[in-house]
Ligand binder design. Structure first.
Ligand code: ADP
Ligand code: MG
Length: 271
């Protein structure tokens, strides 16, 4: 669905942000991307929805080359993006207006726009706030409105760029559960995160360093082997504990627990 081939990108100031990246994202995957600050995660996501175009190599989204400017609207329709700071994404005076903005731009009939707005707000559990001003909402609610606005475009792929990093752990879990649900409903998910305990639902983990992909595989295997540990990504205590239990032979690496809930389950089975 998304083919990234030998992609390199240099910002106008000379910073090499991506260095020969190859990545094939299949339809329906839940792929997580991790790596320390400045390794190129956001730059990579911006290439997938055509906000940036490659200096070298190419990115093809559903058969459309992002360097071909005639495809840009279609590419943005296929791949929606949610950013770290929900404030930066608001356009409307009310939640409803905000979510309607995208479908209006697509030139859809008013009835269809209303259907999409209602359905997106319902999915995100934000119908009760539809007449509120986005800025008065809590951080978690703002991020849900931002996600509803993307959903209203009915994208096949959603790119999440550290969307939970400004949220408390309750809102973070709430957003993550919504992401999981979207994935179960066939949306392809590309999820950039700093929090490794958010990998529980991911089929695949890509670890980046200095603009390159250095690991690409099953998150449980990668974390069990400990490869990304020296890359400056903080290791959650639960993963550290899972590693120790694996090392001591108490649990088998076949299902390496990534969250407290998973670890509890594995330990209960042992008793
Ligand atoms: N607009 C920009 N202009 C110049 N350099 C940038 C710009 N945005 C990011 N960079 C640089 O590109 C590299 C990759 O950044 P980024 O993709 O934002 O990394 P990440 O999202 O993994 O933190 C970093 O060295 C960063 O400083
Ligand atoms: Mg970033």
């Amino acid at each position: 669905m998304i083919f990234i081939n030998n992609l390199s990108y240099r910002y106008p100031n000379g910073t090499l942000a991506l260095d020969s990246v190859d990545l094939h994202i299949r339809k329906g995957e839940f792929i997580a991307i991790a790596g320390k600050n400045g390794c190129g995660k956001s730059t990579l996501l911006r290439h997938i929805n055509g906000l940036l175009v490659p200096c070298e190599g190419y990115v093809v989204v559903k058969g459309m080359d992002t360097s071909d400017t005639s495809h840009i609207q279609d590419i943005r329709r296929v791949a929606g993006m949610v950013f770290q700071d929900p404030e930066s994404q608001f356009i409307g005076m009310t939640v409803e207006e905000d979510v309607a903005f995208g479908p209006e731009n697509l030139g859809l009939p008013p009835e269809e726009i209303q259907n999409r707005v209602d359905s997106s707000l319902n999915i995100m559990g934000m119908m009760g706030q539809k007449n509120h001003t986005p800025r008065t909402l809590s951080g978690g609610q703002k991020q849900k409105v931002a996600l509803a606005s993307v959903l209203a475009m009915e994208p096949e792929v959603i790119l999440f760029d550290e969307v939970t990093s400004m949220l408390d752990s309750m809102s973070r879990n709430d957003i993550l559960l919504h992401v999981k649900q979207l994935h179960e409903n066939k949306t392809t998910v590309v999820y950039v995160t700093h929090h490794l305990e958010e990998l529980v639902y991911a089929d695949r983990l890509v670890v980046m360093d200095k603009g390159r992909v250095i690991h690409d595989g099953n998150p449980r295997i990668i974390l069990r082997q400990g490869n990304p540990l020296n890359l400056g990504i903080e290791l959650p205590p639960v993963i550290e504990l899972s590693r120790r239990l694996c090392d001591s032979g108490l649990i088998t690496p076949a299902f390496f627990p990534l969250s407290v809930e998973e670890l509890r389950e594995v330990l209960c089975q042992l008793m």
